[in-house]
Design a protein around this ligand. Structure first.
Ligand code: URA
Length: 230
């Protein structure tokens, strides 16, 4: 939110006062004096007026996790191990998953408390490629490549999938890049050819690749550089 809007939403300040105190450089955001009314205030920013705290700010947290098979992409589940059970972090209830994977799908999961960041990652409009390694029951034919590139009609949602890139690696294996995340999307795309997906593993989301040092079930914090790429 813009700084002037953030300040004028406070009950004690009206717009005229806000304009004035910005000109007088009485506001600090994350330690910097700010007079620009357009300055972006995020939910994690610390905002001070004359040294008094208006918003305390909290650290934003970002993790990548190698989801193992046999684990639910949810924050709580009465019966099964969840992705969040694998994290040894405080205040886990503040964290959410940026995109989900099926119970038996493995691979890259991103977990954060920054809603704006995860929206950028998962919104179909941003068209960030999600890359999957796939193994199937039947032979993957070359004709799939064109069909996936043209899009497949999903009658349940009454939509055609966005163009997807398929690279055939072997008779039963391929790498597929999709830019959306419809329900069971990869399985349904191969299902179009009555070809069952036997193994599915997410390698990449946009510019972020699963760290090969992470074994299934392990995780690490993202680096500042990785966070900024989204
Ligand atoms: N597509 C699927 O069918 N399953 C997943 O877990 C991810 C994408």
């Amino acid at each position: 939110m813009r700084l002037d809007r953030f300040l004028s939403n406070l009950p004690q300040l009206n717009r005229k006062q806000v304009r004035l105190l910005l000109v007088e450089r009485r506001v600090r955001v994350d330690g910097e004096w700010v007079s620009d009314p357009h300055h972006e205030v995020r939910e994690f920013s610390q905002v001070l007026l004359d040294g008094r705290v208006l918003q305390a700010g909290r650290p934003a947290r970002y993790f990548m996790l190698h989801k193992p098979m046999g684990c639910v992409s949810a924050t709580v589940d009465a019966q099964h191990l969840t992705v969040l059970d694998l994290l040894d972090e405080p205040d886990k209830h503040e964290l959410h998953l940026a995109g989900r994977l099926d119970y038996n799908t493995s691979g890259l999961m991103l977990i954060t408390n920054d809603g704006q960041w995860s929206r950028r990652l998962t919104q179909p409009q941003t068209k960030l490629g999600k890359v999957y390694y796939v193994e199937t029951e039947q032979v993957i034919e070359q004709r799939y490549v064109d069909t996936f590139a043209q899009g497949i009609y999903f009658s349940f949602e009454d939509l055609t999938t966005q163009p997807a890139e398929l690279v055939v690696l072997g008779p039963h294996s391929a790498r597929l890049t999709i830019v959306e995340g419809r329900y069971h999307q990869v399985k349904r795309m191969f299902g179009h050819f009555q070809n069952k997906v036997l193994r599915l593993h997410r390698e990449q989301m946009g510019p972020l690749t699963l760290d090969p040092e992470l074994s299934p079930g392990q995780y690490r914090a993202l680096t500042a550089e990785e966070i900024q790429q989204i």
